[in-house]
Ligand binder design. Structure first.
Ligand code: SF4
Length: 386
């Protein structure tokens, strides 16, 4: 492979398998059928080989997500590493992240990843067993703690995903109804995540997506808790434990920020491989076929697996880049924004941001960013820009 001088230096690889389907999940994932691993890896090998020349040099970040990458067998993992390593070269200090679920992460995974992976993002969601049952997760709180501690003690940069705003509802048959997540319960989750020694914590509000099991349950609106208080509590609690907020949903100890995600928010390019993976190259955003069967069929026919492409008109692309940049604490750098999108778009967006009080938006000639209070109402700012 002869690397190009320009082009994406971030790669996302989607693993489309899960141990079971969580009732709130709208991601492209399914329980593995016999033969699926082989079909996935065979297609991925071809896609990786055919697209590796797009990379603009050695990869700076690689993110293996899903789905549940730890749902792959150890043999499949060896092959996956060989497929990626055979097609792409990584920079010596590349950030290589894998998503792991506590129910399937094993010591064998950790041993196998040494020397290739250096960051693990653990899908804990909660350290409370009732929360986990309600969410239909395939692990309990003990496994969650053990998984995070295993990654930390193995020396990986470790991130914990947590979810807030759980409305309450039925658990499994014969069990009492789950009463919903309390602020006290949420606070306990944050403290427990910090105690594991993980260097990064991401917090997400549960959203009820159409087409999911929860989406068909018609939760009464009143049952969906307002996320404002738990989010605000996270902004208060985590910095006191050494985690600075550097993005709407992300808190990190110094030097443990996700470089892969920072590239997304900086409107940087990336290659996506695997079913449903998105790519963003040369201003074109494209997505692969959603299901493994469709993805494998297209690759077997020698076609690109892409089924959707969009190139935004320049004004829309500029507004989208502004919204992405404002997710992160570093915000918009006006000089580079103007170089890329022009003075008219810079002026339009800056004027819109000036409609907000300084308590929400900082905007000076060099840079614009949201304050902590602004991040709590970020949707209002984005609506104004878009
Ligand atoms: S483990 Fe993650 S990707 Fe898999 S079904 Fe649950 S939420 Fe979706």
């Amino acid at each position: 492979m002869t690397p190009r001088e320009t082009g994406p230096r971030s790669l996302y690889v989607h693993v489309p398998f899960c141990e079971s389907k969580c009732p709130y999940c709208a991601f492209a994932s399914a329980v593995k059928r016999p033969g699926d691993e082989g079909a996935y890896l065979g297609s991925l090998r071809e896609e990786a080989a055919s697209r590796s020349s797009i990379a603009g040099g050695r990869l700076l970040t690689l993110y293996i997500g899903g789905g549940t990458p730890t749902a792959l067998s150890l043999g499949a993992w060896r092959e996956l590493i060989a497929v990626i390593g055979g097609a792409f070269k990584l920079a010596s200090d590349a950030e290589v992240t894998v998503e792991a679920n506590p129910g399937s992460l094993s010591r064998e995974h950790i041993e196998l990843w040494r020397g290739f992976i250096n960051r693990v993002s653990v899908g804990v969601q909660s350290f409370n067993d009732d929360d986990l049952k309600f969410l239909g997760r395939a692990h309990d709180s003990g496994q969650a703690t053990e998984a995070v501690e295993m990654c930390v003690s193995a020396g990986f940069q470790t991130s914990v995903d947590l979810m807030f705003g759980l409305p309450g509802g039925p658990l499994r048959d014969g069990e009492p109804e789950y009463g919903g997540q309390t602020l006290r319960g949420w606070a306990g989750n944050l403290r427990r995540a910090a105690r594991t020694g993980a260097g990064h914590i991401s917090v997400y509000q549960l959203t009820i997506e159409p087409g999911t099991t929860f989406g068909g349950l018609n939760f009464p609106k009143s049952a969906l808790t307002d996320g404002y208080l738990p989010y605000r509590y996270a902004q208060w609690c985590l910095p006191r434990r050494g985690y600075a907020q550097y993005e709407v949903a992300s808190f990190s100890k110094p030097g443990q920020e996700s470089r892969h995600n920072l590239n997304y928010w900086a409107d940087g390019e990336y290659i996506g491989l695997g079913p449903s993976a998105w790519s963003y190259i040369g201003g074109v955003r494209s997505q692969n076929a959603q299901t493994l069967d469709e993805y494998a069929r297209m690759i077997a026919q020698g076609k690109s697996a892409s089924v959707y492409e969009e190139r935004l008109p320049p004004a829309q692309a500029a507004r989208q880049a502004a919204v992405l940049a404002l997710r992160a604490e570093r915000g918009i750098d006006w000089r580079s924004f103007e170089e890329k999108h022009g003075k008219a778009m810079k002026d339009e967006i800056s004027e819109k941001l000036n409609r907000f009080p300084e308590s929400l938006v900082r905007n000076d000639p060099r840079r614009a960013s949201l304050t902590a209070a602004g991040l709590r109402v970020a949707n209002r700012v984005w609506e104004e820009i878009i």
